[in-house]
Design a protein around this ligand. Structure first.
Ligand code: SF4
Length: 533
């Protein structure tokens, strides 16, 4: 079967329609940096890649309006304008997804829901008019055809499942021109989808497959050019589930990326998610450094070997952990790590052992969360069989832990408070200042990096950090102890990076310890994506 519209990357329709694409609000987390937005005028974390791809794939003769409610709420006039409202989101956005649906229905508009949450749990969204289950593919054309035929609300819910996925090579460039890229904290791009591993808690293999599917390197650079033209600057995150899921393809991409960066004066620094065993592939690391990758998110999860085996993450257990981290640092990559508490193998000593690991590894930023069982994972199935899934929004997780709930939550609070105590955090950054950042590529200041607007933008951020952290925060003494030696050495970029990210981590932790933020990946106040890779 051929997916209609495949050749052009666009779907087809006979009649003109007006589609409102709305991205739901997501909750704060360690990894979304809200407390740093004010320093640089950002309003949201990353552009919603999936929704922008769908917006771009819609028929050429359809008018598309895009609203990211993390930046500004959709107005009544947007709903009035639209023939239909299209929403895409993750589990963490469930309440916001339903809220958009209710508002659209109050204006009598048909609603369509796609994305990872509905694809994993279609039964959770009984009130949407159309459900799009699975990735971009034949279901997408089926939704378009239904709206083309009749844009009014159907009498009952209609569900379309993707049987044939559109190959990533046929994905259109996301509709970056509809998003205000300069208002996002970082940009993002996708090269591959899927991961060959099968960690027990992770839904990526079931949702996106174990054989990574790929875009071409030329597609990626075309997208980067489009982002550049649309005003993106700074850091770009590869949202791939595992950047080295196909190492040969990653190598081919990197060779093209290096040429692209050189030709344009290194406008972006890159980061990605990858399994820790990337440390064994030094040729890849060399190429990543040359392409100006600076940060790698690794799902280290736990330093406890029995826990890694129990969660089917043996590829981490087989590695000499501290050596692997030091190797990545030696290529200039700062590591960000996912950490999970609440595993069946946890003991009373686990939080202290993890803190010891944090200190010894000197990883500055870790997303430390309580275990949550996601639908379509082996973990969920096992816990359901054991009657250990509980749906209670007052709790921090849907897992019935083997240890007492209050002790697990108290251990989490103790651990994050210790890990993000300002002087402890700055000490880990100091290690990276000495042992990681100097190993990075230091691109020549080309036109894109040294433009007048970039320099004034950097100085504005620095002034904000001095004022809000160095002047107004109650950890200003620790800040200046960290910042003054760096300023004397002229390492302004390091002060900006540590000042921004550190401020978010310290403030977010204080909110979490006081109960304002949540402790698990997908409980109501947590990060939008699992600690993949
Ligand atoms: S946690 Fe990471 S390595 Fe494990 S299956 Fe998910 S994406 Fe792959």
């Amino acid at each position: 079967m051929t997916v209609p519209g495949r050749a052009s990357g666009r779907l087809s329709a006979r009649n003109r329609r007006k589609i409102l694409c709305v991205s739901p609000v997501y909750a704060r987390s360690f990894g979304t940096f809200e407390h740093a937005y004010g320093f640089r005028g950002s309003r949201a974390f990353m552009p919603p890649q999936g929704l922008l791809v769908i917006a771009s794939a819609l028929p050429e003769n359809w008018d598309v309006r895009f609203v990211d409610e993390n930046i500004a709420r959709a107005h009544a006039s947007d709903f009035v304008w639209a023939d239909a409202v299209l929403v895409s989101g993750m589990h963490i956005q469930r309440r916001a997804i339903d809220d958009i649906n209710h508002r659209a229905h109050s204006f009598g508009k048909a609603t369509v829901l796609g994305g990872p949450s509905v694809s994993a749990c279609p039964g959770q969204y009984p009130e949407f008019d159309y459900l799009h289950v699975g990735e971009l593919g034949d279901a997408t054309q089926a939704v378009v055809s239904a709206l083309d035929e009749n844009p009014r609300r159907p009498g009952r819910q209609v569900r379309f499942d993707t049987a044939e996925r559109t190959p990533l090579q046929d994905f259109p460039v996301p509709a970056y021109h509809l998003a205000e890229l300069e208002r996002y904290f970082i940009g993002n791009v996708q090269f591959s989808s899927g991961c060959p591993y099968q960690c027990e808690f992770c839904d990526i293999p079931a949702l996106y497959g174990r054989n990574p599917r790929l875009k071409t390197p030329e597609q990626v650079t075309k997208e980067l050019d489009t982002m550049l033209a649309a005003g993106a600057i700074g850091a770009v995150y590869f949202v791939d589930d595992n950047f080295i899921g196909n190492r040969r393809a990653a190598r081919e991409l990197l060779e093209v990326l290096i040429d692209w960066q050189k030709a344009r004066g290194y406008p972006f620094s890159f980061s990605c998610e990858a399994t820790l065993n990337i440390s064994k592939h030094t040729e890849l690391l060399r190429l990543m450094r040359e392409a100006y990758f600076t940060t790698i998110f690794c799902g280290i999860e736990t330093p406890e070997l029995d826990a890694l085996h129990a969660m089917k993450k043996a590829h981490n257990a087989a590695l000499p952990l501290y050596e692997a981290i030091a190797t990545l640092n030696s290529y200039g990559f700062e590591i960000v790590s996912g950490i999970i508490l609440g595993l069946d193998t946890d003991t009373e000593e686990t939080p202290a052992r993890i803190l010891e690991f944090i200190k010894r590894s000197n990883i500055p930023m870790l997303t430390i969360n309580l275990l949550q069982a996601l639908p379509r994972t082996a973990l969920y199935d096992r816990l359901a069989r054991e009657h250990r899934i509980v749906e209670d929004e007052r709790l921090e997780s849907n897992v019935v832990f083997t240890r007492p709930y209050d002790e697990v939550v108290a251990g989490w609070k103790w651990l994050i408070a210790e890990a993000y105590e300002p002087s402890a955090l700055y000490a880990r950054y100091a290690h990276n200042v000495e042992h990681t950042y100097p190993n990075r590529l230091h691109p020549e200041f080309g036109s894109n990096r040294a433009s007048f607007s970039n320099i004034t933008y950097g100085l504005r951020i620095l002034a904000n950090i001095f004022l809000r952290v160095g002047g107004l925060s109650n950890y200003r003494k620790e800040f200046w102890n960290m910042a003054l030696p760096l300023l004397r050495a002229g390492r302004i970029e390091d002060v900006i990076h540590i000042g921004l990210v550190g401020h978010h981590l310290i403030k977010f932790t204080r909110e979490a310890v006081s109960g304002e933020q949540n402790a698990s990946f997908y409980a109501p106040a947590e990060r939008p994506r699992a600690a993949a890779a």
